[in-house]
Design a protein around this ligand. Structure first.
Ligand code: GTQ
Ligand code: FE2
Length: 358
């Protein structure tokens, strides 16, 4: 055999090998190593911004055209990341939606393995009932619906209300861990108390009731703006007094926690509120895992990687894994709500964080 014949022979043998791999449902690592084992995370999700001024009118139109009821369950419209086509995922692990309930409407009871919260940027008049406990919703409040807790929503007023839902739907989907159950068709309660039973029992600072809780999920279903606001204000006031109180200069931050164990309020989703003094720019931070932010009050500029956006009240943005993010409060004081999948990465030993020097 000549040398050329030998090479031709080898190439044909190699082609047969790859064909036989495919026929046997096998794939060699050496053709895919860079995709499967990248040097740094390569998220499909891209940095993206959604404007409240776009979301709300579209939710309102859904309210006129689409009924809410059994089957569809919720009038919730997902913020779908353009980097993940065909999936209603805001990031690889997080679902974010605007949910809209018209005057006197109710959304029926159900429960699912997916963990959820609601965050209210404007409006009031809806009660979310969690395991039969009616929890009011008003601006700045964070309301929890831990996994496998029955929940339903009812609007008792003559005006519509919209809010943001955050869930771990994409994570549970990827993990094939989804279970779902319909609840009774009648509302568990039509009560409209100002304070839920969960708050009456669990929302006294530093005081844990001496009772064995029935569940390990946070027993506190509502975190009220008055408390969050006071905690952030005090951090900045203490900083002014020269006391160590903030994670970085001019940047106050609190994390919502489970009063049973001091860990994240939800098992799979971290929830936080941030306040930047006017003129403050945060350090650029990369985190493994993804986050979604919503401007609660004020305006500023967010930089994610090479891109920058001006954002104002109600606007949301997605930060994919390992993308550097920095936020600047350019007008006055800037308040932002943030949620992320960090507890999942932490639990699995996959968490990493890198603060870029300015
Ligand atoms: O309010 O129960 O945005 O089950 C997605 C799934 C909201 C809810 C969503 C849900 C809900
Ligand atoms: Fe739900």
């Amino acid at each position: 055999m000549t040398q050329t014949q030998e090479i031709g022979h080898e190439q044909a043998a190699l082609a047969r090998l790859y064909a036989d791999f495919a026929a046997a449902d096998m794939t060699p690592l050496w053709t895919q190593r860079e995709d499967l084992m990248p040097m740094t995370p390569q998220p499909k999700a891209v940095p993206a911004v959604w404007r409240w001024s776009t979301l709300y009118p579209l939710a309102e139109r859904s309210g006129e055209l689409v009924p809410v009821g059994r089957g569809g369950e919720r009038r919730a419209i997902a913020l779908a990341n353009p980097g993940i086509p065909g999936q209603p995922y805001t990031t690889a692990t997080l679902w974010t939606a605007i949910q809209y309930l018209g005057p006197r409407e109710t959304a029926p009871a159900h429960r699912h393995m997916q963990t959820a919260f609601r965050f209210v940027v404007e409006g009031e008049g809806v009660w979310t009932n969690v395991e039969g406990d009616a929890v009011s919703m008003t601006r700045g409040d964070l309301l929890l619906t831990p996994g496998w807790h029955f929940h339903e929503h009812h609007n008792t007023t003559e005006h519509p209300m919209a809010w943001i839902d955050g869930l771990d739907i994409p994570l549970v989907d990827q993990l094939d861990a989804g279970f779902f159950e319909f609840g009774p068709d009648e509302l568990a309660t039509t009560a409209t108390p100002e304070r839920s039973q969960s708050e009456r029992l669990w929302a006294h600072p530093g005081l844990r009731p001496v009772i064995e809780p029935e569940r390990t999920a946070s027993p506190l279903m509502a975190y009220r703006w008055a408390h969050t606001n006071a905690a952030l204000s005090e951090q900045l006031a203490l900083e002014d007094e020269g006391i160590r109180a903030t994670p970085e200069r001019g940047h106050a931050a609190v994390r919502f926690t489970n009063p049973l164990d001091g860990r994240d309020a939800l098992r799979t989703i971290r929830t936080e509120m941030h306040r930047l003094r006017a003129g403050t720019t945060t350090a650029s931070v990369r985190t493994v895992g993804s986050a979604v932010w919503q401007v609660f009050d004020g305006s500023g500029t967010v930089r994610i990687g090479e891109q920058a956006w001006d954002v104002g009240t109600g606007d949301l943005f997605a930060v994919p894994s390992w993308a550097p993010v920095s936020i600047a409060a350019e007008g006055g004081q800037l308040d932002l709500f943030r949620f992320s999948d960090e507890p999942v990465y932490r639990a699995l030993g996959l968490d990493r964080r890198y603060v870029e020097s300015a």
